[in-house]
Design a protein around this ligand. Sequence first.
Ligand code: PHE
Length: 350
Amino acid sequence: MQPQTDVVERTTDEALERLKAVSDLDGLEEWRVSTLGRNGALTQILRSLGSVPKEERPRLGAAANRAKTVLEQHLAEREQELKTAHLADVVERESIDVTLPGWPVPQGRLHPTTRMLRETTSVFASMGFQVEEGPEIELDRYNFDLLNIPKDHPARDMWDTLWIDRVDEQGNRPMLLRTHTSPMQARIMEKTSPPVRVVVPGKCYRYEATDATHEWHFHQVEGLAVDKGITFADLKGTLYEFARRTFGEDRQIRFRCDFFPFVEPGVDMSISNFKDPKTGKRPINRDEDWIEILGAGMVHPSVLEGVGYDPSVYTGFAFGMGVERIAMLKYGIDDIRLFYSNDVRFLQQV
Ligand code: PHE
């Protein structure tokens, strides 16, 4: 069939119709190839001009060329439109609205034990105590022997000990996870001469079944003061001041006689857990008026001798307090296991 001018018109109309439906630049490129490309509809017509009778040729050729110009114009216009729309779209989607509120950055917190440890050591630091730390894996010698607790002494039963599985030539196990921070008393005195005034925050371990008041690991703050003329009144005054600053004026403290092999006399100290007269609630929800938080006493002469101090010249006091217990009383926490069960609801409260 010979191409006629109406074929040119139809092809043009049809191409313009398709152009209306083009909605993006890829679609436009497809349209260009299928219309004006090498095998495009209009190109086919122009190619076939050779087979058209001579007299028809100029007219048809002119019509086809006009159609080409028209289509190219529409192509250029449409391209411009689509590019503008595309740009507007990109600007819309990718622009940054600096007035929008930012994403909240989750803020970490200190663990309640860490807070209590820091608070406690800073109370003593303000009273002139230095702060020192020591090893958690400890020698029997420091954890027991130098604290006046010889091997096979029944007082060892006061601490349920986790031993390190290593045996020396004598068949003894010389290493353990420290059961208290008291070994640092001996370590510090061994390497310094009096006066000594130091507190030791740290982690301790016991071979214990856990319950609301016992954990197999917990923290203590040990205190030690040695000098000429230190008396039990100094111990009481220091601990009283600590309790006042930590728990406030209204809480009461109580000392009772207690036994620890490395002190003489020995005491324990408790903090009042009385019912609030208005609410009927206790600081810790336990049916007890007093909660014990520390052991203390005057450093035993044998301990002083063991580290090379002359007990006829020097005296001293020592104490060791349970940090989680203090936090429990202060913040009204009634189960010690909450501290190490990693429940964020608990950890976020402090
Ligand atoms: N170390 C003892 C304990 O863990 C506490 C204590 C420390 C007692 C210092 C007296 C003096 O039970």
